[in-house]
Write a protein that binds this ligand. Sequence first.
Ligand SMILES: *Cc1c(COP(=O)(O)O)cnc(C)c1O
Length: 430
Amino acid sequence: MKREKSDALFEKAKTYFPGGVNSPVRAFRSVGGTPLFIERGKGSHIWDADGNEFIDFCGSWGPLILGHANDKVVAAIKKTVEYGSSFGAPTALENELAELILNNNKYIQKLRFVSSGTEAVMSAIRLARGYTKRNKILKFEGCYHGHSDSLLVKAGSGLVTFGNSSSAGVPESFVNETIVVSLNNEAAVKQAFIDFKDQIACVIIEPIPANNGLLLQRKEYLQFLRDICIENKTLLLFDEVISGFRIGFTGAAGYYNIAPDIITYGKIIGGGLPVGMYGASAEIMSNISPEGNVYQAGTLSGNPVAMAAGIAQLTECLKPNFYTELEKKTSTFVTALNDYAVLNRYSFKVFSIGSIFWFAFTDALNVQSAEEIVPESMKYFKVLHKELLERGVYLGPSGYEVGFISEAHTTQTLNSVQRVVMECLDVAMK
Ligand SMILES: *Cc1c(COP(=O)(O)O)cnc(C)c1O
């Protein structure tokens, strides 16, 4: 595989950006080597600066559920941008995207558009605190909610702990407002509600945790969170930035039929352009400025070009059988790989839900909390990643990240990738 142009671009990039990148996981550090610089994408394929072609399972980390450069999304972007790219005043496109979402989602009544998942979650937490007039939030180890200060925390060693900052620059006084517990542990959550009675504004969870492996939770556990939040007048916040519009149009809330109090979306909602949103009941949302006293604003919020891309993409998602087809393709792909691993007695399992999958090097039947992921297992992923890349299959460069199947991945493409993955597994596991 030729790497000269990507390598040269990376050398330049290192003189401009810390680590040569504008978001850390792109740097390929956890798999070793250097990043490929991507030149273009179409459908399920991407091409790098050296002309190498790959079948892509990163999909920009989730947003591209229709694949790269989808004709309808591209046409909507072009048509809209001709009329101007931003006004800082309302446009009809904001209404149109809001309608598309709210008419097809019984869990929220009003929403606010922002420009990223991080911003959506940060604002939703401010809303939860403003609404409940409480300060503490409870999060789970292994769930990622963007990089705002109070969420850059990791658990300590106890059952219930204050967060330890996972980043320099986050004051201890901030992380002391964040309680961190393990996923799939009812006792820890109960204890937290005893220790911090009437202090917890919200419990925030990725109902389908997909940023640290794919840690599929039991429905009963999510229902338990729903119930304990009601008992304690705490809001339940589903961070569906990754699962929203991915596991069906209404994400995990719809999949499990559990109604959270606040939901955040991002990624798919913008059709590949920067959009995020948070939504809730009209009553809770009435606390947001200018109606209420929780301040939140954005120069580029509801940007018309991004709205148009989102409308074009979500319109496709709403077509009959869209999600059924995606899930069917994914399940065939995943089952074949799991059968192959069993046949060869490999400590390897693909976990999946909807069109998300995760390659895990484990014998466990379930992996439901961050502590169950064995760090040493990542050495196998590193080999797998390299071998796949050499054979034209692009996965996100970390074994803790999930893969995504898009509408553009055909059954034929997936069959061929399946065989390539088996071949690479033979190399990684021997
Ligand atoms: C990606 C993601 C975020 C952060 O979104 P950005 O657009 O990267 O800021 C937050 N929460 C979840 C669950 C995510 O998957």
